[in-house]
Design a protein around this ligand. Sequence first.
Ligand SMILES: C[S@@+](CC[C@H](N)C(=O)[O-])C[C@H]1O[C@@H](n2cnc3c(N)ncnc32)[C@H](O)[C@@H]1O
Length: 286
Amino acid sequence: MIQDDGGRKSTATYAEPEAVRRQAGDAESSRANRGWWNRNADEYQDDHGAFLGDARFVWCPEGLDEAKARLLGPSGALRERHVLEVGAGAAQCSRWLAAQGARPVALDLSHRQLQHALRIGCGDGDGAGFPLVEADARALPFADASFDAAFSAYGALQFVADPVRVLREVRRVLKPGGRWVFSVTHPLRWTLPDEPGPEGLTVLSSYFDRTPYVEEDEKGRAVYVEHHRTLGDRVRDLVGAGFRLLDVVEPEWPDWNTQEWGGWSPLRGRLIPGTAIFVCERDEGR
Ligand SMILES: C[S@@+](CC[C@H](N)C(=O)[O-])C[C@H]1O[C@@H](n2cnc3c(N)ncnc32)[C@H](O)[C@@H]1O
């Protein structure tokens, strides 16, 4: 059960972390990212909440909207269907799905992110909402075959050391043939500095180097971790975990989108992909 604290900001302060490339295991990555999202949820929602909208379903900084893209199925297909959102943040996407008549469940590792979900009107308190679940995508607290569909908009997949473990969990909780769609940073971006300007267009590191990006505190403890998979790795992971890949969407930067979001910008977006969205379904041949 997520307690609403009325939207108070955290007052904790931390020394500036140091960014390094080193190995980071599954448990270490999970602990670091839970802490990071709890500490940074307020700033994240301040910075990006308006773009995400309180009840829109935005897949990525390019602004691809599920109302138009329909990657989870045609309009009306999810009415009365049970849909799991993995790494939901403030659960804006689930809120949009609920308004379409679906029955979402929004799961996230971060308590603070889910408090923002309550702030914007998610949750099941008023009878019109849906469950918010604080849990790790590596161990989904649901029975087998509980959901008709599942999705993740930049949640979880690039933050875990063992994405196959998450994919197997998603497959387990999906009904036979259930759809699974997730967006992540496009693997190509790993090679470039995470800068929105021209300096973000020069390759500085190897696409093939899977050594994680880690931010460390003064004692060398990981406080934020991102993991890289090449495009081929992602396809192999999906097939190995028992999914059939239907499409890989690389959203193009639209003219209307003039905003910068970290390393995502109109300048880079017009030249190179920033997001990869994998559209899959549970493969019953396995
Ligand atoms: C970039 S946000 C995406 C959320 C939302 N779609 C959005 O655009 O704001 C990433 C979210 O993934 C969550 N997350 C990271 N690792 C996770 C894990 N192992 N299990 C569940 N959630 C995780 C974080 O807490 C965070 O809320």
